[in-house]
Design a protein around this ligand. Sequence first.
Ligand SMILES: CC1=C(O)/C(=C\N=C(/Cc2ccccc2)C(=O)O)C(COP(=O)(O)O)=CN1
Length: 457
Amino acid sequence: KLPYAEPFRIKMVEEIRQSTREEREQWLKEANYNLFNLKSSQVFIDLLTDSGTGAMSDRQWGALMTGDESYAGSRSFEQLQNTVEKITGFKYLLPTHQGRAAENVLFSVLVKEGNVVPGNSHFDTTKGHIEFRKAHAVDCTIDEAFDINDLHPFKGNINLEKLEEIYKSHPKENIPFCLITITCNSSGGQPVSLENMKAVRELSNRYGIPVFFDSARFAENAYFIKKREKGQENRSIKEICKEIFSYGDGMTMSSKKDGLVNIGGFIALNSEETFRKASNFTIIYEGFITYGGMAGRDMAALAVGLDEATEFAYLESRISQVEYLGNKLIEYGIPVQKPIGGHAVFIDSLNFLPNVSRAEYPAQTLGLEIYKEAGIRTVEIGTLLADRDPETRENRYPKLELVRLAIPRRTYTNNHMDYIAAGIKNVYERRDEISKGYKITWEPDLLRHFTVQLEEA
Ligand SMILES: CC1=C(O)/C(=C\N=C(/Cc2ccccc2)C(=O)O)C(COP(=O)(O)O)=CN1
């Protein structure tokens, strides 16, 4: 028996540099204690996001060189269209510059003021685009998702009773679609099972409600289905993906995740009517319908990326690395969402920092401590992200107050994982000394966590 090793070797490297704790404390002050304001040169290991931060393969770089920049009818669009249809089965494709642009175009067609959009946990910008249209995103995720120690293998699942409750209490004209986010980012990169998707589809059909997928991490979701769902172990990732999408009327995609590219997004769907309407908004917001805000070269690289992302060997390598980090933190006694998610490890900051009051943003406090300690940038998936209630303007305290360690794809080695775990362990060992958090000195009206300014409480 030989030990596991990555199914790739490295052909290009980018230097990263260490700093001193004193430098980092000064840089945080200048950044108004918002990690988004740090320069990349001030960050040793960047776990802010897995979105657009991964490494492309030699085949993708090769495709970049042969991209077709024709304004209409680009060869690269055709390559992308064929790949999307092969993997998802959807007939119509509209590229966009990234995921939230796909949401903007699709929701411009489907979401009206006062609508209700149920699903599992909608992610930040997706909820933003629903609330921006004065509609309501309703989280129907199963309760197990909010108990970090519950080992439910599919914590992204939708509670069918909660969903049917929504379907019963609103006229179907007021529910444009049910949105299934795969994997479910906000609850910890947790997958949705095929069985649940099928049940959601059947229930939705009974009420005449369409189903759409927010597919940013669909390939990782397919991997968990293959590994955890009975009867799936002998199916290929691509076969599982085809079945996943057979339960939907369409999808939005942030290609910056499981598309393995640094920019890009798309909408794919079956309804010609919705495609025609969405095409008008694509032309207004993104660009002509055969490039939608993407360069031909980026569409060419994306077509290759989607093919690579839906291969088992790649997914096994990527997800095992996240699991490796997660298991190290569990070994150190650090409270994390279990099972470990597909793209990130999520630390339960309420458990980690019990002496910091919720009103002082414990997850943000922990993220700042981890950066001070080791130069590692993370992101808060807690009260700052949850934003204020649109009506009352009160803080909306989510069930989980998490620090997310998002691992970029094919980018760091397991030595970096060991370093990250050690840095967090150091903070854990001095957690009793951390009793003060932060308070907001300025925030915008929408999606505040990107630009919020804080000071020490
Ligand atoms: C499930 C899902 C996503 O996770 C997603 C974006 N995620 C991101 C990007 C992000 C968002 C907020 C703070 C920091 C970084 C992530 O770090 O997790 C989008 C928007 O896609 P976009 O970024 O390409 O516009 C749609 N759906």
